[in-house]
Design a protein around this ligand. Structure first.
Ligand code: PMP
Length: 424
């Protein structure tokens, strides 16, 4: 019997609806259960009613070191006691840049920014500047931020704006292709490479589903980009520092020309980065290509990057995270079988996708539409009720702080949620 009460969250929600549209400050949160959290520590969250939650959403990914990580908070607080932004360079920038380039080893230079959305834009701008071409190739279901040229909804493969007020013509900047279909990239580039500045992709499609690249796919895209003089951009905002210290580029052994980072890079601090080869990054330095921002490389941001990357270097967490993720994926499948529901678990142990349905394999956005996404949404709501915090879109992230007690708690709570679900 679930005896949790949510009175304070309901009251906070009532007031929030008066203060802010939809009661949320990011539209992504409009469809999440209406819980107001009071605090987090490690892999756990507590709401304003005192209910606890095992967290596998990690703030949409950033809390790779769990909530309020001591190792980060101490150095960020110490740095912030000396100020935040100076309108010039600060003494924390070089150590952060060095830590970054020691970790993302293929890149020659890095530029810090404040959000993933923004660094994607500068990556596209650099690619256009270098090639003198305007368009870019992208893939169905991949998310690259909320701005006009990348926010898209596709129905039967046809892209359209995902928001009212979006400038529709901006979407003609991109050619939308199906992920994991190398032939599609080959055909598009063979016919239109003189128009195409860049190919941008999530190396593992994480925003909808958790779909790894097919063997040889990334290598093939790399080869085609080199052949046609097109800039290859890995959007590593989710995969960076999560799949391996050096991100998807390290894990799959395929090197892009530019890559964007955020989330796991700074353990909850709002920091993003653009990394690239020297020839591409150069035009930011000459001022030919503009990228600006009041808060870029702030003291706190740089201290957070340095502390996070030092933690990854000194105590690499990847084996622990993989072990936890594998055990959890196995446990979820087993619970699905026991309850007689087609619970699918797919992806990598540090970022996997949970859904209902049985298409095999799920390799692209179209396959994902065969899943019972509504049922998963109801399941996620019931999980919140039982004390497991996950995304309604099905992706689960594992942090360095998830261990045995969390595994035990989550499986027990998932068991309870499935019991409720099969009764519905
Ligand atoms: N790219 C990818 C792959 C992302 O997952 C996200 C955010 N989910 C973004 C870009 C945009 O990042 P932000 O929300 O920091 O603007």
């Amino acid at each position: 019997m679930n005896l949790r009460a949510f009175d304070e969250s309901i009251e906070a929600r009532r007031r929030a609806l008066e203060l802010t549209p939809g009661g949320v400050h990011s539209n992504v949160r409009l469809s999440a259960p209406n819980i107001t959290f009071a605090r987090g520590k490690g892999a756990w969250l507590w709401d304003v009613d005192g209910n606890d939650y095992v967290d596998y959403l990690l703030g949409q990914g950033p809390n790779f070191f769990g909530h309020a990580p001591d190792v980060l908070n101490r150095s960020v607080a110490d740095a912030m006691s000396r100020g935040s932004v100076f309108g010039s360079q600060n003494v924390y920038e070089n150590p952060a840049g060095e830590a970054f380039l020691d970790t993302v080893r293929w890149a020659d230079q890095v530029r810090f920014g404040s959000s993933g959305t923004e660094v994607v834009q500068v990556a596209l701008r650099l690619a256009r500047a270098l090639t003198g071409r305007d368009k870019f190739i992208r893939f169905e279901g991949h998310y690259h931020g909320w701005l006009d040229n990348v926010l898209v909804k596709t129905v039967n493969g046809i892209p359209s704006p995902a928001s009212k007020g979006q400038v529709e013509s901006h979407l003609t900047d991109s050619l939308m292709l199906r992920f994991n279909d190398l032939e599609a990239v080959e055909t598009a580039l063979a016919h239109r490479h003189t128009e195409v500045a860049a190919v941008i992709l999530e190396p593992v499609m994480c925003n909808i589903g958790a779909i790894p690249p097919r063997p040889g796919y990334l290598e093939g895209v790399r080869e085609l980009c080199t052949r046609y003089g097109v800039v290859l951009i890995f959007d590593e905002v989710v995969t960076g520092f999560r799949l391996a210290a050096g991100g998807a580029a390290e894990r799959f052994g395929v090197v892009p020309d530019l890559a964007t980072f955020g989330k796991a890079m700074a353990g909850g601090w709002p920091v993003a980065a653009l990394a690239g080869t020297a020839d591409l990054m150069e035009s930011l330095g000459t001022g030919a290509v503009n990228h600006s921002g009041t808060f870029n490389a702030s003291v706190g941001a740089c201290a957070a990057v340095s502390a996070s990357l030092a933690a990854l270097r000194d105590d690499p967490p990847y084996a622990r995270i993989e072990a936890h993720g594998h055990a959890l994926m196995r446990g979820l499948r087993e619970l699905g079988r026991r309850h007689g529901v087609p619970l699918r678990v797919q992806g990598l142990p540090m970022a996997f996708h949970v859904s209902f349905g049985d298409p095999e394999p799920v390799t692209n956005y179209e396959d994902l539409q065969m899943l019972d996404l509504d049922r998963y949404h109801r399941f996620a709501a019931e999980l919140a009720n039982q004390g497991v915090w996950v995304a309604g879109r099905g992706v689960w992230y594992v942090s360095t702080t998830h261990a045995e007690p969390e595994l035990e708690a989550v499986l027990e709570r998932v068991d309870g949620a499935l019991e409720q679900l099969v009764r519905q």
